[in-house]
Design a protein around this ligand. Structure first.
Ligand SMILES: C[S@@+](CC[C@H](N)C(=O)[O-])C[C@H]1O[C@@H](n2cnc3c(N)ncnc32)[C@H](O)[C@@H]1O
Length: 280
C-alpha cells in the first residue's frame, strides 16, 4: 500500500521562486477539487469577488457594466475564468491568465471565447499599455512573495488611467485560526507576523504557500508600484449567503471581515522615489 505523506503546515520564509513553484504544483493538483467544491457557488459566468458572494453586477468596482463594452481586460489568477466569461457577456475583450495549466483546462471545459494564458503574474507576457482594465478575484496576490513585482507588472501593461481591482484574504484573518466555527473567533497569532504560511513535504520542500501583508503593507505596495488607491472595499456577509468556504462562514463573516478588495488606478506620477514623495 502506498502511504501518501501529509504535508506539514508551518510558518517560514519562502522566496519568489519557491512560492511560485509550490503554488503552480498545488493548483495543478487541486484544481479539480476546487472547481467541484466551489464551481456552483462561483457560477460559470458570474463575477464573484470572494466567499461573501459580492458580485460585480452590484459592486461595479470596474465601473458601470455599459462602460466595459470594447475594453481590453486582463484577469489575473483567473482559475476557470468565470469572471472573464461575465466580462465577455458585457462586450469586453478579456484575456484570462493563470499559473496553473489545470485551472485553465477547466476554463476550456466550461468554454472560453477569449485567450487563455498560462504564465506567472510576476512576469506578464504582454506589451506595455495593452489593457484598459485588470482584475483579480483572489488570484495570484495572496500567493506571491513579492506583490510589488506583480503590481508593477500590472501597471506596466495597463494603459494610462487604467484600473486594477484585486481581492485578497482580509489581512486581519491572519490573526485567527482558519476555522469556520467558534474556534475561528479567538486571536491565536500576531497580525503583525508576516512569516508566510507554508505546507511542506517530508524533504522540507514547499508544496503550498500563502503570504501575509498587513493592510498598511498592501497600501504601501500599491503606491510603491505606481498605482493610486481609489477605494478599499470590505464586503459584509449578506443574509442570503448560508455557505461555508473553508474558514469563511456566516458565523465569522458577521463578526470580522473576510475579504479586502483594493481598487487602484495607474498613477501617472509613476512610482515614488526611494524614501517616498516627501513634502516638497
Ligand atoms: C483562489 S484561486 C482564484 C481563482 C479564480 N479567480 C476564482 O475566483 O475562482 C487562485 C488562483 O490564482 C492562481 N495563481 C496562484 N499564484 C499565481 C501566480 N503567481 N501567477 C498567476 N496565477 C497564480 C492559482 O493557480 C489559482 O487559479
Amino acid at each position: 500500500m502506498i502511504q501518501e505523506h501529509e504535508p506539514e503546515a508551518t510558518r517560514r520564509d519562502a522566496d519568489v521562486a519557491e512560492s511560485s513553484r509550490a503554488n503552480r504544483g498545488w493548483w495543478d493538483r487541486n484544481a479539480d477539487e476546487y472547481q467541484t467544491e466551489h464551481g456552483t457557488f462561483l457560477g460559470d459566468d458570474r463575477f464573484v469577488w470572494g466567499p461573501e458572494g459580492l458580485d460585480e453586477v452590484e459592486a461595479e468596482l470596474l465601473g458601470p457594466p455599459e462602460d466595459l463594452k470594447g475594453k481590453d481586460v486582463l484577469e489575473i489568477g483567473a482559475g476557470a475564468a468565470q469572471c472573464s466569461r461575465w466580462l465577455t457577456a458585457q462586450g469586453a475583450r478579456p484575456v484570462a491568465l493563470d499559473i496553473s495549466h489545470r485551472q485553465l483546462q477547466h476554463a476550456l471545459r466550461i468554454g472560453s471565447a477569449f485567450p487563455l494564458v498560462c504564465a506567472d503574474a510576476g512576469a506578464l507576457p504582454f506589451a506595455d499599455a495593452s489593457f484598459d482594465l485588470a482584475c483579480s478575484a483572489y488570484g495570484a496576490l495572496p500567493f506571491v512573495a513579492d506583490p510589488v513585482l506583480v503590481l508593477r507588472e500590472v501597471r506596466r501593461v495597463l494603459r494610462p488611467g487604467g484600473r486594477f481591482v484585486f481581492s485578497v484574504t482580509h489581512p486581519v484573518r491572519w490573526a485567527f485560526p482558519d476555522e469556520p466555527g467558534p474556534e475561528g473567533l479567538s486571536v491565536s497569532a500576531s497580525y503583525f507576523d508576516r512569516t508566510p504560511y507554508v505546507e511542506q513535504d517530508e524533504e522540507g520542500r514547499a508544496v503550498y504557500v500563502e503570504h501575509h501583508r498587513t493592510v498598511g503593507d498592501r497600501v504601501r505596495d500599491v503606491v510603491a508600484a505606481g498605482l493610486r488607491l481609489v477605494d478599499l472595499v470590505e464586503p459584509e456577509w449578506p443574509a442570503w449567503n448560508t455557505s461555508e468556504w473553508g474558514g469563511w462562514s456566516p458565523l465569522r463573516g458577521n463578526l470580522i471581515p473576510g475579504t479586502a478588495i483594493f481598487v487602484c488606478e495607474r498613477s501617472e506620477m509613476g512610482a515614488p522615489p526611494a524614501g517616498g514623495w516627501g513634502r516638497d
